[in-house]
Design a protein around this ligand. Structure first.
Ligand code: PGA
Length: 242
């Protein structure tokens, strides 16, 4: 019922040459899962042109909560949509922790993204400290709750949610399949009946070696892949496993 999605977040990596190599690799992937990639904004048109005609979707790694105006350095959801993006990541933990994005801003970005016609990928996740204190489910319920409050439950159910434990991002530490499944199940419970159709991705040091076990879990519908998405053969393996 839920079609798997594998999303590759390239973060602030790559140049014209390495991205051309990634594009040709992406065009060769044959898999059942939906694929989306998130290049740095400046390369988005290049990637869209490169993957044009294939089933690979492209999205933005972040966008402004404002529609337009005097916001130097920002990119609006409308602009991402205008150049052909289908998705936008909102609330990635690097945006929350490095750039101080608040949960309120994340919720606003989510609303603007959906209004502009894109599917937001809403990231939620706890820090190691929060996990150690037993606060994981509360933290996630709160992050999700704020977006539900502003955007409405139906809107969130139509989007994609990514559970990304902060302690597992870029660290090589993956949540065990059981740890991830239990949070995914809780997120789905919070989404209620319509949440049965929502794609919930796992993110945090996903690689070909650990993807199969994660994808076997009943509430894990794919992955948001950082580091491993820059290696197209690794990324391709993950896509085939989904
Ligand atoms: P990682 O990043 O796969 O490198 O841990 C995941 C993410 O930040 O989305």
């Amino acid at each position: 019922m839920r079609h798997p999605l594998v999303a590759g977040n390239w973060k602030m990596n790559g140049d014209s040459e390495s991205i051309a190599t990634l594009i040709s690799g992406l065009l060769e992937i044959q898999c059942e899962a939906d694929i989306a990639v998130f290049p740095p904004h400046i390369y988005i048109p290049l990637v869209i042109a490169g993957v044009g005609g294939s089933s690979v979707a492209v999205g933005g790694q972040s966008a402004s909560e404002h529609k337009a105006g005097a916001y130097t350095g920002e990119t609006s959801c409308q602009m991402l949509r205008d150049v052909g993006c289908q998705y936008v990541i909102v609330g990635h933990s690097e945006r929350r922790s490095i750039y101080g994005e608040s949960s309120q801003q994340v919720a606003e970005k989510f609303v603007v993204a959906q209004l502009s016609g894109m599917t937001p990928i809403l990231c939620v996740g706890e820090t190691l400290e929060q996990r150690d204190k037993g606060e994981t489910l509360n933290v996630i319920a709160e992050q999700l709750g704020l977006v539900i409050e502003l955007a409405g439950l139906d809107a969130v159910c139509k989007a994609v949610v990514a559970y990304e434990p902060v302690w597992a991002i870029g660290t090589g530490k993956t949540a065990t399949a059981e740890q991830a499944q239990s949070v995914h199940q809780d997120i789905r419970r919070q989404l209620g009946e319509s949440g049965a159709k929502t794609r919930i991705l796992y993110g945090g040091s996903v690689k070909a070696a650990n993807a199969a076990e994660l994808f076997l879990q009943p509430d894990i519908d794919g992955a948001l892949v950082g580091g491993a998405s820059l290696d197209v053969s690794e990324f391709s393996e993950i896509c085939k496993l989904a």
